[in-house]
Design a protein around this ligand. Structure first.
Ligand SMILES: [Ca+2]
Length: 290
């Protein structure tokens, strides 16, 4: 029995020693297993382009610049405002080429005021850059060049103030007037009699000068008939309806202004400025840029 206790004690001791000398196992490094996450990625959205919000007038302006006049007119059909109206007018003129006849503005012509004023027909007689020189196809009215017989130049003439005042307001609506270019007119002296033409002027509506007739008009374009309205106002015209129409250049004396006769010849001698049966054939430069 004593022997048995001894044996048990020995075994226990041995176990204890064994336990103490056993290498301490390093703890397994704890590896963190990443939780399986469902990554919520933002849905890839295509960059949404804004709907075309450029104002119609700006789109129409580009169309006109590219010559797409009909498209511009369609786009502007229901657009209100002065700018849209001006662009409609410009698009309505289309390609303006020398030799074309175009309708622009209104003036009484058939001598029937009850049906309103008729469209003015213009001949495109010149073009420089974005500007076109228009000359009325017909003699639209009769007016003296100046109110009284005396020395006068284009600058101070009644004709100039009538054309740029009463006539301009009657013939062109506000949007149409926006197309009229303020143009510096070169006023040259009479080449034969050296009568002074006075200072250059800046005008929207004017009479052609002698030099401009020679520069821009074909022989047939120099002959112009009167309208029924001008005829009704006692504007002189021959059996075929052709009139004498004033130029802004001075004649033989400073009390005279040049004119073009029914046969298309310009008179350097001119006629006294208060002559009241000579015709008015207005000219304008229009600005076609938008
Ligand atoms: Ca009428």
């Amino acid at each position: 029995m004593k022997m048995m206790r001894w044996l048990i004690l020995t075994v226990l001791l041995a176990c204890l020693l064994c336990a103490c000398s056993a290498p301490v196992e390093e703890p397994e490094p704890t590896t963190t297993v990443p939780e399986e996450t469902t990554q919520i990625t933002e849905p890839v959205t295509e960059e949404v382009t804004e709907p075309h919000t450029e104002p119609p007038v700006e789109v129409a302006r580009d169309m006109i610049r590219e010559g797409a006049y009909t498209d511009a007119l369609d786009l502007l059909a229901d657009v209100e405002g002065d700018e849209a109206q001006m662009l409609r007018l410009r698009a309505g003129l289309g390609d303006v080429a020398v030799g074309d006849e175009i309708a622009f503005g209104h003036f009484e012509q058939d001598n029937d005021t009850e049906n309103g004023a008729e469209q003015i027909v213009w001949i495109v007689v010149g073009k420089e850059g974005d500007k076109a020189l228009l000359l009325s196809k017909f003699c639209l009215d009769t007016q003296p060049f100046h109110s009284k017989n005396g020395s006068v130049t284009w600058e101070d003439s009644l004709m100039r103030s009538w054309l740029n005042g009463e006539f301009c307001d009657a013939a062109f609506a506000a949007a149409e007037q926006q197309l009229l270019a303020q143009t510096e007119l070169v006023n040259t002296d009479n080449p034969r009699y050296e009568t002074t033409a006075g200072e250059n002027t800046v005008d929207r509506v004017f009479l052609l000068s002698y030099d401009e007739v020679n520069q821009y008009l074909t022989p047939s374009q120099r002959c112009a008939q009167v309208t029924a309205y001008a005829d009704g106002r006692d504007c002189y015209n021959n059996a075929s309806g052709y009139a004498y129409w004033w130029l802004r250049s001075p004649g033989v004396y400073s009390r005279d202004a040049m004119y073009v006769a029914p046969n298309g010849e310009a008179s350097l001698y001119g006629y006294v400025v208060n002559r009241n049966r000579w015709a008015v054939r207005p000219a304008v430069w229009i600005d076609l840029s938008v």
